[in-house]
Structures are given as C-alpha cells and as structure tokens.
Design a protein around this ligand. Structure first.
Ligand code: RIB
Length: 299
C-alpha cells in the first residue's frame, strides 16, 4: 500500500509564446485550470500505474476544493485522509512558454495547515513494507514527523526534494530513498555546478555516508541512481515537450508504484522515466499523467 503525504493544489495555467523576464509583461495565448499539487500529482500517477493509494493532505472549503480532488477521486484514490479546513485550497500560478518550459508560484493555502499530528495519523495507518511518499510543499515539521514515524513503523519512505527549500538537505537525510532533480541534488550534496563526473562521485560519496538510495532526474537525459553501491541509469523517450509541468511528479508516482508492485529497481526506473516523458506531451499536471497501459505500450 502507498500513502502520499503532501500538497493538493488547483493550477491556474497561462500559456505564452515565451516566458517573461522579471518586470516584463508578455501576451498570453491561452488559459486553463487543472488539478495539481506535487503530492496529489504523485498520488494520481501511482494510482494510474495501478496501485492502491491513500492521499493525505488538506484542501480548503472553497470552490477549488472539489475540482482539485476530482481526478484523484475518479481514479479511485482513497481520500479519507484529506482534511477540509477553513480557508482557500492551495493554488499554483503557472506560466508555460512555447518551448514547454515553465515558471510556477505556489500559494500554500490549506497545504500550510497540514500538521505533524496529521502525519502521525497517516503513518499510523500504515504497516511494515508499505511505502510513504513525500515532497516539500507542506510544512517542514509535518514532513519531518512523517519521516521519523515511517522509520519507527518499518515503512519505506521516499522523499522527493521538491520544491527546493532551506530544509531540503536536512530532511533528505531522514528518508530511505531520495528523488531529486539536478539542482535539488546539488543542494543535498552541498556542492554547486556539478558536471556528470562530479555528480557520479557525489552519488557514491553520499551513498557511502548514508546508505540511502539516491535518484537524480536529468530531464531529457533520463535518470541516474545509486542503490546498494551500484550506479544505474535509465532513459525516457525522445520527445518534443509540450508542457513539462508534472513530469517529475509522474516519475515519482510511477517509480513508487513500480517498487510497490515488486518490480526490480532498474525496471522501476525505466518505467518511471517513460511515464515522465509521456507526461510532457499534454498540457496540465494531472490531465497529462499517462495510464499504465500507455506506458507499457512505449516500453
Ligand atoms: O510539480 C508540478 C506541481 O507543482 C503543479 O501541479 C503545481 O501545483 C505545483 O505544486
């Protein structure tokens, strides 16, 4: 069983030919809303990958709450650990440029009211061998409590170090498995501007220090990871990205689901990388998360 403890947002998405520079106004050419939030996106990806998933987090008591949960609900995700609090649901203001790159500002809203007690409740319902997946869009003390409770219960914890926060390095040390992009990994390793060789050396060094499984996503260059002293690499698909929002979350959710299903580590990385590539082919975070059969067809 998988529990995702994290954020639930409504994404307000504007598309532009190119992203603005600070202080600049550019004309938009489209606007849409879609369910998002790193936690919710990862939960939906794990669910679409075919696993049983609990989502734990919070939404507000506003008009966005139902929409933010709709796709999770449709997919059959267990939402009994989502609390409804006074105030707004989390929102993300997203600009997507013509090349598929994006800029995002997140207003936490209800996500900021997720507590350490909520973490205790969520992890308290888990058993040894279950998997807990977290990100850094809910308060630090809640993430920290969830990680320590998971360790006590023999639950495997997977922490996605996104978005990058000042606590990322400290929290990263508390998880069994860490998933980071290149920048987040540099923060974890305490070393800026790594080339491929330096990254591999840092993976070996950190792994020796902590024994953790470490996974670094490299966008179009796939993924590199270390587990049990062995470096693994996996490639996604060669694609022309339309919108990369949610691709990292899709990777995380599919990877977690694949481990939960019992796939070996290398196969889990490859399946997650393929799913992440497919998530770049459609607009919006949750609408773009592929179904398990679509991923299988491209393996
Ligand atoms: O990772 C993408 C997500 O980041 C978006 O869905 C947005 O809500 C922000 O949390």
């Amino acid at each position: 069983m998988i529990t995702v403890f994290g954020s639930i947002n409504m994404d307000l998405i504007a598309t532009t030919d190119r992203l603005p520079k600070p202080g600049e106004t550019v004309a938009g050419n489209g606007f849409t809303t879609a369910a998002g939030g790193k936690g919710a996106n990862q939960a939906l990806a794990a669910r679409r990958a075919g696993r049983y998933v609990h989502m734990a987090g919070a939404v507000g008591k506003d008009g966005f709450a139902a929409d933010a949960l709709a796709l999770l609900d449709d997919a059959g995700t267990d939402l009994s650990l989502v609390k409804h609090v006074d105030g707004p649901t989390g929102t993300a203001l997203i600009l997507v440029g013509g090349d598929g790159e994006n800029m995002i500002a997140v207003v936490p809203g209800a996500n900021g009211l997720v507590t350490a007690a909520d973490a205790e409740t969520a992890v308290g319902k888990m058993s040894e061998g279950d998997i807990l997946m977290l990100q850094l869009e809910v308060p630090v003390d809640a993430v920290e409590r969830a990680l320590s409770a998971a360790r006590v219960r023999g639950v495997t914890s997977i922490l996605n170090l996104a978005p990058l926060t000042p606590d990322a390095r400290r929290l990263g040390r508390l998880a069994d498995i860490v998933i980071a992009n290149e920048t987040e990994f540099e923060r974890l390793a305490g070393q800026d501007g790594m080339d491929a060789e330096a990254r591999e050396a840092a993976l070996h060094r950190l792994h020796q220090e902590t024994g953790q499984t470490l996974i670094v996503t490299l966008g179009g260059d796939g993924v590199i990871a270390i587990r049990d002293g062995v470096i693994s690499r996996a490639q996604g698909l060669k694609i022309e990205p339309v919108d990369t929002v949610g691709a990292g979350d899709t990777f995380c959710g599919y990877f977690t689901a694949s481990l939960d299903e019992g796939l070996d580590f290398a196969s889990a990385l490859r399946r997650a990388a393929v799913a992440g590539s497919l998530a770049c082919l459609k607009a919006g975070a949750q609408p773009s998360i592929p179904l398990s059969q679509d991923v299988a067809d491209r393996m």
